[in-house]
Design a protein around this ligand. Structure first.
Ligand code: CTP
Ligand code: CA
Length: 224
């Protein structure tokens, strides 16, 4: 009910959100993943929808319910997420990249379950870097307006601003991983061309609603 009381500042806009972790196979029964519950990304998808946007959520494996009115595409690996996002990016006005994308996949993943051997030698895993989804979307000629995330464990301001510039995104949301991971509250700091704008510690849905308002005020108007 509260959702319907929000002003529809994003009516007519299409928003694409990535959320959750990715899951990179080692063999058919084992994966490497990131610690992400998906709560922040799902709260943002919900807040975007409340603000009147049409929302597509590309999600790695989570235990969360799809927010009301949101179209969800399920993926597992970073490369699957990359494929789904690139397919949706052309028609999106806004891309909010909240997913904790695995930086590497296992290049020598096995199609059979790996077995222990008699001498106790562990398997040798080879890592290969995954595509940087956000950086790629940010470079699209007529792509969506991009919002990045950075969960850092220290030197948040320096890392977040460096990341914003490296990825070429107008807005990047920083938070401290140890404060927000798997928690119900989060403290966002918004980084844009004007500097750092801290938000108070808030429940994730309220933080998401404030972020959506910040996106709406910064979103460039489309030429008619
Ligand atoms: N991201 C992405 N694709 C990747 C890695 C990250 O789209 N392969 C996005 C995340 O969704 C986030 C932003 O980029 O919005 C920053 O992610 P982060 O992991 O903090 O940055 P990295 O560039 O991977 O740098 P590092 O992990 O080395 O700090
Ligand atoms: Ca990373």
């Amino acid at each position: 009910i509260i959702g319907f009381a929000q002003p529809k500042v994003l009516a007519g806009k299409t928003a694409l959100v990535s959320a959750g972790p990715t899951s990179e196979p080692i063999d058919p029964v084992r994966v490497i993943t990131n610690r992400s519950s998906g709560k922040t990304g799902y709260a943002i998808a919900r807040a975007l929808r409340e603000a009147g946007a049409q929302v597509v959520l590309v999600s790695g494996p989570t235990a969360l319910e799809t927010p009301y009115g949101v179209t969800r595409i399920n993926v597992e690996s970073a490369r699957e997420m990359h494929g789904a996002i690139m397919q949706q990016a052309a028609t999106a006005d806004i891309f909010v990249s909240v997913a904790a994308v695995a930086d590497w996949h296992i290049a020598n993943a096995s199609s059979n379950k790996l077995k222990k051997n008699a001498v106790g030698e562990p398997p040798e895993l080879q890592f290969a870097q995954n595509p940087d989804i956000l950086a790629e979307v940010a470079q699209l000629a007529s792509g969506p307006w991009c919002v990045g995330f950075a969960a850092e464990t220290e030197n948040l301001h320096e890392h977040a601003e460096a990341k914003r510039r490296r990825k070429g995104v107008p807005l990047l949301v920083g938070n401290l991983a140890q404060h927000s991971m798997n928690a119900d509250d989060t403290t966002f700091i918004l980084f844009d061309d004007d500097g750092a704008h801290p938000l108070p510690a808030l429940p994730k849905l309220q933080a998401a609603r404030q972020l959506v308002q910040a996106i709406a005020t910064r979103l460039p108007r489309k030429p008619i």
